[in-house]
Write a protein that binds this ligand. Structure first.
Ligand code: SF4
Ligand code: FES
Length: 326
């Protein structure tokens, strides 16, 4: 089994493991950020370059460094490999440029964007971005498109990560959308404006790292930090039925899949659970969803929900909030 050292931490992994997967096994302190890779979607990754790392030693057999920074989500570990991520000044500089590139056309409309507070690009730019822009040309803009009755595409915000395309390819029947055109004319669209309407299409909303694909049943209803996520489940014949319910007061404003500590969906859910089950009575409530203490969602008196029975729900297992996820 090959051994790899990332930012001075060594781990032994199975053959075929990527640098990103090895780094995640070590922990968040060495794991590169990602925007297009998604662990539950095959062949994702390789589009955004957010996860670039410096391979300072190729392997035990061939210790020469790799000449360019490598996409860690697409580069396999070799025995004896040494990798710099947060310890590499080249990587830190490159990541700033990647953020600048991703923001070239992305509007700075966080104050009105539904994704604000849970946007991976927002987090990435806070950590790696610059407060100033070097560009003064007009950003490209698109009309908003309804794709299906429940999803809105705001292509102006899309960073072309391809995650939604992989969802459509891998977990829905008959994909009818994809990336059209090339270069700076690329856009997500549907064939002849066909609606995306099948049981699992809503997962595109959950995998979109920015606010390009949003839930029309939730749009503009509340800022996410004013809502309280609760884990809940129901018997569903189409999916696992394990979700997060996002409450405002006693009203369920939206239903989403649960996300892991990397912000990636744990189990995809069907559209019935997502769009048609918005009454507390439809669900068995487990307790508050785990929210990382850095997340803005954990602010705003979230702790009142550590005793979910006080919330008058049919709670089965009270859970207290812990750090380290979502
Ligand atoms: S719409 Fe969202 S998920 Fe789809 S490619 Fe654009 S940014 Fe990625
Ligand atoms: S996460 Fe590796 S290239 Fe996007």
């Amino acid at each position: 089994m090959p051994k790899v050292t990332i930012d001075g931490r060594t781990i032994e992994v199975a053959d075929g493991t990527t640098i990103l997967q090895a780094a995640r096994m070590i922990g968040p302190e060495v794991a590169p950020p990602t925007m297009c890779y998604h662990s539950k979607l095959k062949s994702s990754g390789g589009y955004c370059r957010t996860c670039l790392v410096e391979v300072t030693k190729g392997s035990e057999k061939d210790p020469r460094p790799m000449p360019k920074l490598m996409a860690s989500c697409r580069t396999h570990v070799m025995d004896g490999m040494e990798v710099g991520n947060f310890t590499s000044t080249k990587v830190i500089e490159a990541r700033k440029s990647v953020v600048e590139f991703l923001l070239l056309n992305h509007p700075l409309d966080c104050p009105i964007c539904d994704q604000a507070g849970e946007c991976q690009l927002q987090d990435l730019s806070y950590e790696n971005g610059s407060a100033k822009t070097r560009t003064d040309f007009e950003r490209r803009t698109f009309e908003k498109i309804d794709i299906g009755s429940k999803i809105q595409l705001h292509m102006t915000r899309c960073i072309l990560c391809y995650r939604c395309v992989k969802v459509a390819e891998q977990i829905t029947d008959g994909r009818v959308h994809g990336v059209f055109n090339r270069g700076d004319h690329s856009e997500i669209s549907t064939y002849i404006n066909q609606a995306i309407d099948n049981d699992f299409s809503g997962n595109m909303i959950d995998v979109c790292p920015v606010g390009a694909l949003t839930d029309k049943t939730f749009r503009f209803k509340s800022r996410v930090w004013f809502t309280k996520p609760m884990q809940a489940h129901r018997n569903c014949d189409k999916c696992s039925g394990k979700v997060n319910l996002w409450y405002k007061g006693e009203e369920v404003l939206r239903v989403t899949g649960r996300k892991d500590q990397w912000g990636e969906v744990e189990e995809f859910i069907c559209n019935t659970c997502r769009f048609d089950k918005k009454n507390t009575g439809d669900w068995t409530i487990e307790g508050p969803a785990h929210i990382h203490h850095h997340s803005v969602i954990s602010a705003n008196h979230y702790e009142v929900f550590t005793k979910p029975q006080e919330f008058k729900l049919n709670v089965v297992t009270p859970i207290t909030i812990e750090e380290g996820s979502n």
